[in-house]
Design a protein around this ligand. Structure first.
Ligand code: PMP
Length: 366
C-alpha cells in the first residue's frame, strides 16, 4: 500500500500525515505460513459445537455489548471475576482501545522493539509519544535494567511474551518489577501464551498489581483468527475504561457464540497445541542442522507458533517461496533491527515438510 495522497495529507489529523494503511502482505498461495494462524483443522467436536452455537444466534437482535455470557465463562476459566474481563473484536481492538483510553498527546509509551508493529502504529495514531528501548540486536533480549529505568517516567508500557516476531519470553519477575516501576498502566500481550509453558502466566501478578493488563486472543492457539475475538484481564476500574471507549456493539453475536463454544471446549485443543509444539521442535532442529552444514541461515529459539530466521538474500528467498513454491512467509527483511529476517509460522506436518524442502533447495541454489 502507498502513502496518503497529498490531498489527504492536507486534510487528516496532523499525527496521521506520514501514515500508510497497514498491509499484512497477503497473497494467494497454496500454503500460508505468514500470519501465525493455527493451520490445523479444528477438532471435530469443537467445530460441531461452534456450528450449533452459530445456528442458534438471533441475527435480528443487537449483540450483548459486554458479551456477558462469554465474559463469565472466560472469568471462570481464569479464576477471576467477570468484572476483570473485557472482550474485544480481536486483540487488535483492545490494543487500539488501550491507546484511546490511556495514550494520546502528552503521554509516553515504553515499547521494546522489534515487537508487534501495531503498538507503535496504534499509539502514534492517537498522538502517543513512543519511547523505544531496543532489544539486543543479536539475541533480541530486552535490556531489563534500561527498561525498568525508563518505565519510571512513562504513562504506559507494553511487553509481549512470547514476543512477536522474535519468539522469546520474559520472566514473571521482570513483569513484576515493571509494574512496580511504572506509575501508569502495563500491558502484557500474551497472544501466544498457550504455546509456551502453560505454567507461565502473569495472572499470578494481578492480585499484586492493579496497573497490569493481560491480553489474550482466540486467533492463535484456538484457531479463530477469522472470527475476531480477544480479551483482557485487569482490575475492574481498568475494565471500566475499556468499556467506556469501546464501540458498543463491536463484538458481534456470531463472534460471541463461537468464542463461547471454544472456551467451553478448550481442552479439546490440547492435542493440536502439542502437535504444533512438537513440529516447532522439529523445524528448529532441521533449520539448525542446515546452519551447522554451513548454509546461510540462522534460527532463533521460539516459544510461540512461529520462528524468526535470518537468511542470505531474504527478500529473494521470500519471493521464490511465494512464486515458485506457493508458500507464503512474512518478510521482515526491511524492518529496522530485523534485516535479513523472515518469520515462518509453524504449520501442519505436511506444510512444514514442504517449507523445509523448499528452503533447503533455495539455500543450496543460492
Ligand atoms: N498481539 C500480538 C503479539 C499479535 O501478534 C497479534 C496478531 N498478529 C495480536 C495481538 C492481535 O491478534 P487478534 O487481533 O487476531 O486477536
Amino acid at each position: 500500500m502507498s502513502e496518503l495522497s497529498p490531498r489527504m495529507k492536507a486534510l487528516v489529523q496532523p499525527t496521521l500525515v506520514n501514515f500508510e494503511p497497514y498491509d499484512p502482505n497477503f497473497s494467494e498461495t497454496k500454503i500460508n505460513l505468514s500470519a501465525n494462524e493455527n493451520t490445523h483443522v479444528m477438532p471435530e467436536q469443537v467445530k460441531a459445537a461452534v456450528l450449533e452455537a452459530l445456528s442458534a444466534v438471533e441475527l435480528n437482535r443487537y449483540p450483548d455489548p459486554m458479551a456477558n455470557e462469554l465474559r463469565a465463562e472466560i472469568a471462570k476459566w481464569h479464576n477471576v471475576s467477570p468484572e476483570n474481563i473485557c472482550v474485544g473484536n480481536g486483540g487488535d481492538e483492545l490494543l487500539f482501545n488501550f491507546f484511546v483510553g490511556f495514550g494520546g498527546a502528552g503521554r509516553t509509551l515504553l515499547n521494546c522493539p522489534p515487537c508487534f508493529s501495531e503498538y507503535d502504529l496504534f499509539g502514534s495514531i492517537v498522538g502517543t509519544e513512543i519511547l523505544n528501548i531496543e532489544r539486543d540486536s543479536e539475541t533480541f533480549e530486552i535490556d531489563e535494567e534500561a527498561a525498568l529505568k525508563a518505565a519510571k517516567d512513562v504513562n504506559l508500557a507494553i511487553v509481549t511474551t512470547p514476543n512477536n516476531p522474535t519468539g522469546d519470553v520474559i520472566s514473571v519477575d521482570f513483569v513484576d518489577s515493571l509494574c512496580d516501576a511504572c506509575p501508569g498502566i502495563v500491558m502484557v500481550d500474551e497472544a501466544y501464551a498457550e504455546f509456551n509453558n502453560p505454567n507461565f502466566f502473569c495472572e499470578s501478578l494481578l492480585k499484586k498489581h492493579d496497573n497490569l493488563i493481560i491480553l489474550h486472543t482466540f486467533s492463535k492457539a484456538f484457531g479463530l483468527a477469522g472470527v475476531r475475538c480477544g480479551y483482557i484481564i485487569a482490575a475492574p476500574d481498568i475494565i471500566d475504561v475499556f468499556a467506556a471507549v469501546r464501540q458498543v456493539y463491536s463484538v458481534n453475536s456470531l463472534t460471541q457464540a463461537a468464542a463461547l463454544a471454544i472456551v467451553k471446549n478448550r481442552e479439546a485443543f490440547r492435542e493440536v497445541i502439542d502437535d504444533i509444539k512438537s513440529e516447532r521442535a522439529r523445524i528448529f532442529a532441521e533449520i539448525s542442522a542446515l546452519e551447522a552444514e554451513g548454509l546461510p541461515i540462522h534460527v532463533w529459539p521460539s516459544e510461540a507458533n512461529f520462528y524468526l530466521v535470518r537468511v542470505k538474500n531474504a527478500a529473494e528467498i521470500h519471493k521464490a517461496l511465494r512464486d515458485d513454491y506457493s508458500i507464503l512467509v512474512r518478510d521482515f527483511s526491511r524492518v529496522p533491527g530485523l534485516e535479513g529476517c523472515l518469520r515462518i509460522t509453524v504449520g501442519t506436518r505436511s506444510e512444514n515438510d514442504e517449507l523445509l524442502a523448499a528452503i533447503k533447495s533455495l539455500l543450496k541454489e543460492n
